[in-house]
Design a protein around this ligand. Structure first.
Ligand SMILES: *Cc1c(COP(=O)(O)O)cnc(C)c1O
Length: 426
């Protein structure tokens, strides 16, 4: 008998409970298959996926082009390490730097690693280019940030469960309120040892907080004028999710990170992950121009898997799909419909108080205490009604379908969401 012999969903959940660390609290649904905007559980029940693996599966589940690229490369060459050259990395590096408009890329695997990489580049630049005294460099971050789970990154989180009892914490971070340009200006004016400002253009994990429309542009200008690196963490907001290739592209809908100065709040360091591989393989990237990236010399940073041939092949395919299928345009158009229709419903609703977001990264705020389980219960009912979503912070539910969703499917989903919310009206 094989260990993969068919067992019941409840038994599968028990196995995870018994043998896996309890570092997540999953919604009780056991998925076995995915295709496009749909996932199926082990009993064959079909759901719309409105989480998209935290916006990693923007191109849809098991996209044939991306899977094809992965299979072909997996059968040819998987990993060489960076001790040798491989015949895919250079091609990928040229492709991704042209795609996003930067001189250079440093390839990593997970989002947190890419954030760590950006922090290291920023500090090294501060000492070797800007001339900040050794060990004095500070990086500004925002209240409510989410940048990953390493010891350094959680050091500047204000989520107690992410932080508590994981100290001692890494020093060198200054926290300011999000979407508050005055607070940023104040620190930049008074603190001479600021090396960079690390920020999410929309705070996803915190509950899809969208800042003022000109916030990012003001951030860029302030950072430039103070010789401080503007570091954009677009791991969740990038790759067409918010209706443009990058969230910092603003209202520009062209299919690359162009140089349109009036809309594009060009970061000095751009951090990408998640959908850069369409969710089929861990791929992350840090992009910057030569004046910054060249501070990194051989032996000073690296990763065994970073830039491996499978990652390179998969990422090229995944980024091509974004252009070929006009995912940014689709996210922009359908996102407007989503907020319009849900907004109309909310006018008459006592259970939902607000819909906010950009493109197809949206959230509905539920009318209850932060620590109530209403949002969780709504997600359980959504599941029963064929749609999977998850609360982010307490009473906020994030809605982020794969960007390959079409209008008919979206309208169907809006019907499910409104019907479900109505079951909870007070
Ligand atoms: C998911 C995420 C990360 C961390 O990525 P991992 O691949 O989970 O390490 C960092 N920043 C943002 C904004 C994210 O959404």
């Amino acid at each position: 008998m094989s260990v993969l012999e068919k067992i019941s969903p409840n038994e599968m959940i028990s196995l995870e409970d018994k043998h896996g660390a309890h570092n997540y609290h999953p919604l009780p649904v056991v998925l076995a298959k995915g295709k496009g905007v749909y996932v199926w559980d082990v009993d064959g029940k079909k759901y719309y996926d409105f989480l998209s693996a935290y916006s990693a599966v923007n191109q849809g589940h098991c996209h044939p082009k991306i899977i094809g690229a992965m299979i072909a490369q997996a059968q040819t060459l998987t990993l060489t390490s960076r001790a040798f050259f491989n015949d895919k990395l250079g091609i990928y590096e040229e492709f991704i730097t042209n795609y996003f408009g930067f001189d250079k890329v440093l390839p990593m695997n997970t989002g947190a690693e890419a954030v760590e990489t950006a922090i290291k580049i920023c500090r090294k630049w501060a000492y070797e280019v800007k001339g900040i005294p050794e060990n004095e460099a500070q990086i500004i971050v925002c209240d409510g940030n989410f940048h990953g789970r390493t010891t350094t990154i959680i050091s500047f989180s204000n989520d107690e469960s992410a932080r508590k009892n994981f100290g001692p914490y890494t020093a060198g971070f200054v926290k300011i309120p999000y979407d508050n340009i005055g607070a940023l200006e104040e620190v930049l004016k008074t603190n001479k040892n600021i090396a960079g400002f690390l920020v999410e253009p929309i705070q996803g994990e915190a509950g899809v907080y969208t800042p003022a429309t000109d916030y990012m542009m003001q951030v860029k200008n302030l950072c430039n004028s103070h010789n401080v690196l503007f570091i954009a963490d677009e791991i969740q907001t990038g790759i067409a999710r918010t209706g443009s290739l990058l969230s910092v592209c603003g209202d520009c809908t062209c299919q690359n990170a162009c140089e349109r100065q009036e809309t594009y709040a060009t970061p000095d360091i751009l951090i990408l992950g998640k959908a850069i591989s369409g969710g089929v393989y861990p791929v992350s990237a840090v992009l910057a121009n030569n004046a910054i990236m060249n501070v990194i010399k051989p032996g000073q940073h690296g990763s065994t898997f970073g830039g491996n041939p499978i990652a390179a092949s998969v990422a090229i395919a995944a980024l091509e799909v974004v252009n070929e299928e006009h995912l940014a345009q689709n996210a922009r158009r359908l996102g407007k419909i989503f907020r319009e229709k849900i907004g109309e419903f909310i006018k008459t609703s006592s259970i939902a108080t607000l819909v906010r977001g950009k493109g197809l990264l949206n959230a509905i705020v539920i009318n209850d205490e932060e620590d109530s389980d209403t949002a969780w219960n709504i997600c359980m009912s959504l599941r029963d009604n064929g749609l999977l979503a998850k609360p982010t912070h307490g009473n906020i539910i994030r809605f982020a379908p794969p960007l390959v969703i079409n209008e008919k499917e979206l309208l169907d989903c809006i019907t499910i969401i409104i019907r479900t919310l109505k079951q909870f009206e007070k």
